[in-house]
Design a protein around this ligand. Sequence first.
Ligand code: GLN
Length: 463
Amino acid sequence: MKYNLSVKEFLEKRKNGEIDYNDFYSTFVTNLKRKNKELRALRVISHSQKGDLNKGKLYGLPISVKDNICVKGVESCAGSKILEGYIPPFDASCISNVKKNSGAIIGKTNQDEFGFGTFSTNSGFDIPLNPLDKTRVAGGSSGGSAAIVAGLDMPHVSLGESTGGSISCPSAFCSVVGLTPTYGLVSRYGLIDYANSLDKIGVIGKTVYDTALLLSIIAGHDEKDFTTINKKAEDYTNYCSPDVPKKIKLGVPKEYFSDDIDKRIRDEVWNSIHYLESIGIDYEECSLEMTRYALPAYYIIAMAESSTNLAKFCGLRYGLQADPTENFNNYFSKIRSKGFGEEAKRRIILGTFARMSGFRDAYYLRAMKVRTLVIDEYKRLFKKYYALISPTMPIFPPKIKDVKKISPIQCYMSDILTVPPNLAGMPMISVPSSVPSVGIHIVADHLQEGRIIKIAYLLENRC
Ligand code: GLN
């Protein structure tokens, strides 16, 4: 197919004037629509402003966006029925940056409602299918983004978001690259929050280069989000080079290779570690003992924050509306009963409980202390190791029809490898291995995006 190009090739050809944009764009939209019928990856296909296509770094590259990131004039629901009909009158800061660089916003991708899930089966709309095996889940919560990046044979990148693993998990399951930056590197202005102290906007792409490129565009301080780090964006594509860093050692956390992890996955990750060893990158086994406490701490913090965030959805300001003649209590109960899915309701109940006076010290505040211990443990390891390497997910993507047999606790347990680095706000990347749906996860210290990109690039380009 004429436009089966990598992003890098597309940009080069555009720069040299070798691609007629109108022809490319209409082919893109036709193919996207066809693929989307098959995969149900996008909830909305839109044509947003494209800017001056001969300027900027993206030259009209079409970009899809997770549904929880606001795009001016395009319905943005965060995967929830309660927000149906909400059309933001503004762009999220990352979207403004993409548009400034002539990226074309092409639509909103299906996701777990508000990000609550690991398989994208908690969507208030469609459940995206895994292009590698359409009977299986695409992963969550940014499942639609990973599915369309993997399924479409055209240059494409997607903006995703991770609270506890939502970029890494679907990227592993769909065998694409998922880059989650350090907490605070990318502005959250215009993100429909899940849990404010954990949310990170990141990138899902076909190659490490593609994710590094888009990160360079969306990263950097933003006056509209006071939690962004005061750091100028750098060009992360500079780390996409074949030179091997000298005298570095990777840490291999032994808890991440326990018997609970599928053996085929463990074996495949060891193959990658041995490959890196063969090109001169040393490794050593290490321990992340706090991992076992990270998961419960994460779920307490995430649910406490999300239950607060969801309080504003009561049918007055955004989305679903009902007959306004009723008294307020009945009105908002009706809206919330109808608009929220089962998992959102579960999290409101558990999160509110964890924040209640009398329980706050025992749960929420204790979880915050555990979080500090998790960060300290990572910081200690990163004094010694360039980065940590492990499997991304402990399991293969389940069949969609089997997901209802999985209990909520079992579902939360499948985040065991992705939650700890997310809780600590560390940057991470999932890069495909040679086995379909098995991702290799690389985690580095805060603001060391360059390191994870470097190692992922070496793995991606292994001969
Ligand atoms: N599965 C995790 C959760 O449900 C993480 C999801 C996410 O990162 N949004 O909280």
